[in-house]
Write a protein that binds this ligand. Structure first.
Ligand code: FAD
Length: 403
């Protein structure tokens, strides 16, 4: 499909709720796709079908807001190289009628620290990031001690600091993308997709819970942790599972130096937030499922010991709030699926499975899908290796930047 095809759309199509592109899921990924589609092909009729306009259970509203360039796969580094500056200037880019978005970007930096067993991986990752123009600074133990005096380097062999990384308000970015996409003409439909009409070669229409049928030339699956259920509607196996993760807000009375977003070998990850800190510790062995229950002992039992071990100033910290959310975990390799299936259903695109990085990569992923839909190929970043082909072939393409 190309942009002139959009311009040929007939009035008859408009009258019968026929869209050029229908996006299933209207949180941060779906809204980023809608925004970039409308920017690339202003005449395209774009519908975003979102079942809950409050986004109560959407991962986006439960995210920590971290955005970094510290990855191993060139695709992920490049997606960050585009997405982070986009987020940093999103207040202006996403302004509507002079009213800015409220993304609250904070370039506080990211710090990865590892033990002796992971030094080689960290080194390779740092080299890869630098080769892609990232300001990634290698820190040995003395360097870490000098830079972060409150940190215990017990068991730590090295670290990498990327001072231009940071964090933002995920809801601010979502609302900014959504508002701008609507201002550019995208329609948000408050409904739930319950089935997808398709034949052997193409997707034809979405069936909604209200009974409405919405025809579309292209369908994009941006349903996050629910993406597997949407894919199953067209008999497409997708190894994306909901993985519960807790996020905590905590405070400590002991004053310490300003910290970046710290990621430890124990998968402890936290950053400053207001008067305190926000973060958590991912348990990858957690049973998969749509479970939002909060284990209020988790902080005391798991997070606090790891935190106090690494930063003794947190011995006296108090957890003020814990919430749960879902990672949309790609069980094959922890990387997203971006693109369509080969040989079948060429007009059905997946953009899901970000496994904990969907907020930071939403701008690049949205632009990539827009390019694929409008031009039939990735133009800015070649994301071919993240397509559905590797899923069908059971050929993992793992990210080694998640240490
Ligand atoms: C605790 C936690 C911390 C995180 N921290 C970070 C971080 O620091 N940095 C980062 O980049 N990422 C982080 N993430 C991951 C990030 O939140 C996700 O990758 C991202 O939000 C995925 O966005 P999404 O739009 O694909 O999914 P979601 O936000 O889950 O949106 C999916 C949408 O699809 C809708 N939907 C589902 N099924 C249907 C249907 N049948 N019909 C209509 N609509 C449907 C849902 O209602 C929902 O609104 C974190 C996640 C969690 C849980």
């Amino acid at each position: 499909m190309n942009s002139t095809a959009f311009e040929r759309s007939s009035e008859a199509d408009r009258a019968s709720a026929k869209y050029d592109v229908a996006i299933v899921g209207g949180a941060i990924i779906g809204s980023a796709v809608a925004f970039f589609l409308k920017r690339l092909a202003p005449a395209a009729r774009v519908a975003v079908i979102e079942r809950d306009r409050t986004y109560e259970f959407a991962s986006t509203l439960r995210a920590s807001g971290g955005a970094r360039r510290q990855f191993s796969c060139p695709e992920n580094i490049e997606m960050s190289n585009f997405s982070l500056p986009f987020i940093a200037s999103a207040d202006e880019t996403l302004a509507v009628d002079g009213e800015p978005a409220h993304v609250e970007w904070h370039a506080g930096g990211y710090l990865f620290i590892v033990g002796p067993g992971d030094v080689d991986v960290l080194h390779r990752n740092c080299d890869a990031q630098q080769a892609h123009g990232v300001n990634a600074q290698w820190l040995d133990v003395d360097g870490l001690r000098a830079r972060f005096p409150s940190m215990s380097v017990d068991g730590i062999a090295a670290g990498v600091l990327t001072p231009e990384d940071g964090w933002c308000d995920p809801n601010g970015l979502l609302q900014g993308l959504r508002r701008k996409a609507r201002a550019l003409g995208a329609a948000y439909v408050d409904d739930r997709v319950v089935a997808i009409d398709h034949d052997a070669t193409a997707v034809r229409a979405l069936r909604l819970a209200s009974g409405a049928i919405l025809r579309a030339d292209v369908v994009v699956n941006a349903a996050g942790a629910w993406a597997r259920e949407i894919a199953a509607m067209v008999d497409m196996p997708l190894p994306i599972a909901p993985l519960r993760r807790f996020e905590h807000y905590f405070e400590t009375p002991t004053a310490i130096e300003p910290l970046p977003y710290v990621k430890d070998t124990a998968r402890l990850a936290f950053r400053p937030e207001g008067r305190g800190y926000s973060g958590g510790l991912v348990d990858s062995s957690e049973a998969r499922g749509y479970n939002f229950d909060v284990d209020h002992d988790y902080f005391e039992r798991v997070v606090w010991p790891a935190l106090a071990h690494r930063f003794p100033a947190f011995e006296a910290c108090r957890c003020r709030r814990t919430w749960s959310g879902l990672y949309e975990q790609n069980e094959l390799d922890g990387n997203p699926v971006i693109g369509n299936g080969s040989g079948r259903l060429a007009n059905f695109h997946v953009v899901a499975g970000f496994s904990g990085h969907g907020m930071m990569h939403a701008p690049a992923a949205g632009r990539a899908i827009a390019e694929l839909v409008v031009h039939g190929r990735f133009e800015s970043i070649d994301l071919g290796r993240l397509g559905y082909t590797r899923i069908a072939a059971h050929a993992p393409y793992p990210e080694r930047g998640i240490i």
